[in-house]
Design a protein around this ligand. Structure first.
Ligand code: ADP
Ligand code: MG
Length: 394
């Protein structure tokens, strides 16, 4: 029996048909190529990528599908059907050396424009239709999904491509320059390189990754979407980044990746601000928690994985201060429920989702418990590690 609060992936075939139909309706011809890129959920390693530490995300079965064709008009025309069914449209001139693209309204199109602007060798006019079932603004990285889907589609349309790490870096650059979000590399990396049934332990310094098999036995990872989207001034994330960089600078390091827990003493001796100390403590400990989770997961020590999840949440809430009352409440409701090993907020914070490691047989009970006690309206899904971005056959 399916609960109405369940978020169900439509599947790429259904989304592809929708995208294709919309493309034909809007542009009066068949698309030439199709690509898709998934959302992601991070198991642990939060606010760590921009500190060059380790993160452990999985790609999800929720995807953004984009179909398109070159149009020989010098215009880029986009149509996107949002999860709510609402359609948004825009067009802008393809960039030229004398008239490069600039960010500008509508806000959503900046995720596409940034990729067009950074696509190696440039892009001439094209038409595209986009459909998605990745929840937007829920910390599941619909932003990286649309960026990497755009890049993958442009590779097919132009016949030009780059290596996967380079692709992730160019999409990250696009997000920095156009929406103006100074994100780390995690989202674009996992969305590009995710692998079915695996998490990736990404070393955000070397940009290498180890595939960690997600063999959880009778356990599953339940994702609870708080459906809280806090309106941010947009300054919280860049501030965290700057505070972490300040700590690294004070220690004479290029990033906090090189810092050890003893370095906190050095920061104290420098009369470093309390808030910078707290951020540094989170990052140093979260990096080692992430390495440990990857290690103990292979040993199937799920009790320890769960403990580290709880510690991570506590640290994100108290030291990094990126949680919110709703996510703290959800973790409190989950803590100590039957079959639960551990839970934590996931994603950039201030709303979004909670991941819970739990016995599969207890999932329905836990959902009932959350529905009864949580003040908001949550949705749920089980994380099924899926493949990264790919071309689809039309
Ligand atoms: P998250 O990445 O966690 O979903 P972000 O705030 O980083 O949250 O990105 C969400 C934004 O990305 C949306 O508000 C919208 O502007 C844009 N976006 C993502 N996917 C799409 C899409 N399929 N169509 C149009 N805009 C999209
Ligand atoms: Mg995002």
């Amino acid at each position: 029996r399916k609960m109405s609060n369940e978020a169900i992936a439509k599947g790429e075939a259904v989304l592809l048909k929708e995208a294709r139909d919309k493309f034909v309706e809007a542009f009066g011809r068949q698309p030439q190529a199709a690509a898709c890129a998934p959302g992601r959920v991070n198991l642990i390693g939060e606010h760590i990528d921009y500190c060059e530490g380790y993160v452990l995300p999985v790609a999800l079965p929720f995807v953004t599908v984009m179909v398109g064709g070159l149009n020989n008009t010098g215009e880029c025309r986009l149509l996107s059907i949002l999860g709510t069914g609402e359609e948004v449209k825009t067009s802008f001139p393809a960039p030229t050396p004398s008239a490069p693209l600039k960010p500008g309204p509508p806000a959503w199109a900046n995720y596409v424009k940034g990729v067009v602007a950074n696509f190696p060798g440039g892009v001439s006019g094209f038409d595209a239709a986009i459909v998605t079932d990745v929840p937007m603004g829920s910390g599941l990285s619909s932003s990286a999904a649309i960026e990497v889907a755009t890049f993958t589609l442009l590779e097919a349309l132009t016949g030009r491509s780059v290596g996967l790490v380079e692709k992730a870096k160019l999409c990250q650059k696009a997000e920095h320059e156009f929406p103006g979000m100074p994100c780390g590399i995690m989202d674009q990396y996992i969305v590009t390189m995710g692998r079915k049934d695996h998490a990736l332990l990404i070393d955000c310094r070397s940009l290498e990754a180890e595939q960690i098999p997600m063999q959880l036995g009778d356990l599953v990872v339940l994702v609870t979407n708080s459906n809280v989207k806090h309106k941010l001034t947009g300054s919280e994330y860049p501030t965290r980044r700057a505070q972490c960089q300040e700590a690294a600078d004070r220690l004479g390091l290029s990033s906090l990746r090189g810092a050890k827990i003893e370095d906190l003493e050095k920061l104290k001796q420098q009369n470093c601000e309390e808030v910078v100390l707290k951020r540094a403590k989170h990052v140093i400990e979260e990096i080692s928690r992430t390495e440990e989770v990857a290690r103990v997961m292979k040993q199937k020590d799920f009790k320890r994985v769960g403990e580290l999840f709880y510690q991570s949440h506590e640290s994100l809430s108290k030291l990094m201060e990126v949680s919110c009352p709703e996510m703290d409440q959800i973790v409190d409701i989950i803590r100590g429920a039957p079959g639960v090993y551990g839970a934590r907020m996931t994603g950039g914070g201030f709303g979004g989702c909670v991941v819970t490691l739990i016995k599969k047989s207890e999932v329905e009970n836990l959902k009932k418990r959350i529905l009864a006690k949580y003040k908001g309206s949550p949705t749920f899904f089980l994380s099924q590690p899926s493949d990264g971005a790919r071309l689809l056959k039309l």
